[in-house]
Design a protein around this ligand. Sequence first.
Ligand code: ZN
Ligand code: ZN
Ligand code: ZN
Ligand code: ZN
Length: 353
Amino acid sequence: MTEPPSTSSSVSVSGSVVAEKRCEESKGDEVSPKKPRLETCDRDDTENKLEARLGGILCCAVCLDLPRSAVYQCSNGHLMCAGCFTHLLADARIRDETATCPNCRVEISRSLATRNLAVEKAVSELPADCQFCGHKFPRNSLDRHVAELCEERPVRCQYNLLGCGWRGPHHEVNSHQQQCQHPTHTGAQVFSHLQKQAEAAQEASKTFNQIMSVLSFEKITFNDLQLKPYRTDEFIHKLFYETSRFSALGYQWVIKARLNDNQKDPHLTCNRFLTYQLIVKSKPSNPMTVHFMVLRGPFGDTRVDPHICQFEFTEGNTESPFFALPLPDSAECNKLLAARIIDFRLMMGMVTK
Ligand SMILES: [Zn+2]
Ligand SMILES: [Zn+2]
Ligand SMILES: [Zn+2]
Ligand SMILES: [Zn+2]
């Protein structure tokens, strides 16, 4: 109803045949684009709604987020993301209970729950916003966009090794680098910066050098071991892990591990870690200093960082303190708890005096 006046006004302004023709065209335009415009608008709306609805349906029943990797389902079809699924299994291990689906309470385990590949694929096609430029991309291509293609992704100046602290969006890096003063600095000016880097590199190679030195010890052994879960006899049956006895370096040993340093309710926290100690079972006649390190080994997939521990065992001191099992994060710890048995390799080295 409001359109006719605007058309007539345009005619009266131009007042020519051409203008009239244009006007007719525009009139036609008004009719034809209007519909598609409405349609696209509608489609955008419905797509958005559909995406939102799908998001609500395909999200994890525990954390309500859209799963980023594997999706598991209970035997009744309730969905859980890999992180929450592992967390539920780990919680059950800590509490000495059977893990159950939070929706329907049916038992869940690695063998009772299944992957849902269709949901994984559907989620990977749903759009997500790039955190830097705000544009939408299918989830399966977002990582590549953020890492390689986004013009707004933050990057460093290529002369940051010379001390340039510039950091900005990718589309500005070239113009910055053209004006960057750091390549013209003298050796004296960049010296302190290079020295810091040399120190950092030295620090990074420390563990490596330690391992190399242990490898050259006179006595060195590797044992592939299994930590199995047990319960303490106290009123609250606390979870702990222990290996069977094994022989190494002419002695009998055992490894014990515990969760969150025996914290009271480890199931109430998301921050989880394991610590372990080495115990000698046959009493040493002379003090002996043993270097030891937990490695992934051929039968496990534990992601442990290499870290050498050291302890002097004596007749009266047969148990080492608890050392951290160097796991990358709590999720990795949950993975170990969920898997029941922890497979690993123990390297031990001893210098004989
Ligand atoms: Zn989840
Ligand atoms: Zn269920
Ligand atoms: Zn982007
Ligand atoms: Zn620069």
